[in-house]
Every structure is written in C-alpha cells, then in structure tokens.
Design a binder for this molecule. Structure first.
Ligand code: AMP
Length: 221
C-alpha cells in the first residue's frame, strides 16, 4: 500500500495511520512527528524549523521535501502511509516526481473529512507525550494524573505549543489557504477518496479498510 492520509490538523491522521501500520505492515511517514523530533534533538534542521512550527506556519517546502525523500529512499517493503505530507501543491508535485523515480507510484489519497468546529474542539482537548508523541484527549482519553505516559513509561504529557488557541486559528487558516488546494489536485487525477472522520476511532478505521479492501490492489501491493 502506498497512500496519503489527508485532512486538516486534528482529523485523526496520526491515530488512523497507526492502525493501518498494524494491519498492513506499512511504514508511517509523519512529517509533523519527524520535524518535532528534529526540534527535540536540536539538530540544524530542528533549529531552522522550530519557529515556523510554534507559530502554526508551514515549514518551507524544500526542507520537508528533502526530509521525506531521505525517508522514502530507506523504505524496506515499499509500503507507506504519508501523514501530514503533502501540505502544498508544490509538495504534491515533488512527491509525484520522487515516487516516479523510485517506481513506487501513489495508489490513493484518503481524505478524512471533519468539520471545522469539531477540529477546534479536538485540538484544544489534545495532549501529547513529550517523549513518544502518544496522543490523549482531555475528555475521551484523559492523560494519566501522574504525568507518566502509559505507552513509553516516560512523559511528561504536555499541550503542543501549536495546539494553543492562537496557533490553532493560524493552522486552520494555513490549511484553508495552502493545503485544501492539494485535495483538488488529487481529485483531478482520480486518486482522491473522501471518508468521514467523525465517530469512534475504530469506526473510522473500518471505513478506511472497507475502501481499501474494496480495491484489493491498494491493500496488498
Ligand atoms: P502536524 O503534526 O502534522 O500537525 O505538523 C505540525 C507542524 O509541523 C505543522 O504545523 C508545520 O509547521 C510542520 N509541518 C508538518 N508537516 C509539514 C509539511 N508537509 N509541510 C510544511 N510544514 C509541515
């Protein structure tokens, strides 16, 4: 499987990619997580991208494209789920060229559709483990009171700086202006499939699986 999971911040791309990884042994390429790791490690790239991320702005295309290219070249079994990339039409075009060179053409773009009010609610309730990135939700999956992450045993559990209200508003505006057009780009070449991102995690997962397995080539290649 070679797919893009597409959607606004907070649509559930991270959660759904993990379930797809389990089911199809695909590698997750999540640019937001990779960039946060660079910031955490204080690498030269991390120092360059930090302020864009904290303000909820997009990191320059060439930096993200280079990072994705390096990751795709190390791929083992040719199966991937891209999460959070591409976020601009220029990135989508660069991805197309890169995948053609690697003989790994994209099979589908799954757009998780979630209304704006729900997105704002989800992002403001989101907390993450600062060590491993595991996500929590103050209402539906409250973080442990002792601040120790149940997944990695570390922590602390924090609010992402870009999940604060000012940054959320910026990210949604950036999404509308720069990322939404990517959907039209993939709709014109027939790769786009829309799936409702509302409801329980498992329910959304089943919708995606149904879509993929209704097209056997997508799930098995
Ligand atoms: P995410 O975890 O996917 O919400 O990404 C967090 C932040 O990382 C975004 O708000 C951007 O600042 C940056 N980022 C992640 N992916 C990309 C991308 N494909 N292009 C540009 N910036 C990105």
């Amino acid at each position: 499987m070679r797919i893009v999971l597409f959607g606004p911040p907070g649509a559930g791309k991270g959660t759904q990619s993990k379930l797809l990884r389990e089911r199809y042994q695909a590698t997750i390429i999540a640019t937001g997580d990779m960039l946060r790791e660079e910031v955490h490690q204080e690498t030269p790239l991390g120092r360059e991208v930090r302020r864009y991320m904290e303000q909820g702005m997009l990191v320059p295309d060439e930096l993200v494209i280079g990072m994705v290219e390096r990751r795709l070249r190390r791929l083992k079994n040719g199966r991937f789920v891209l999460d959070g990339f591409p976020r601009t039409v220029a990135q989508a075009e660069a991805l197309g060229r890169l995948l053609a060179r690697l003989h790994l053409p994209l099979q589908a773009v799954i757009s998780l559709e979630v209304p704006a009010e729900e997105i704002i609610w989800r992002l403001s309730q989101r907390r993450i483990c600062d060590a491993c990135g595991e996500t929590f939700h103050l209402t539906f999956r409250p973080p442990p009171e002792d601040g120790r992450c149940p997944v990695c045993g570390k922590g602390p559990i924090i609010q992402r700086p870009d999940d604060r209200p000012e940054a959320i508003a910026r990210r949604l505006a950036v999404y509308e202006a720069q990322t939404e057009p990517v959907k039209a780009y993939y709709a014109t070449n027939g790769l786009l499939h829309r799936v409702s991102g509302l409801g329980e995690v498992e329910e959304v997962h089943r919708r995606i699986v149904k879509l993929l397995e209704g097209r056997p080539a997508l799930a098995t290649m």
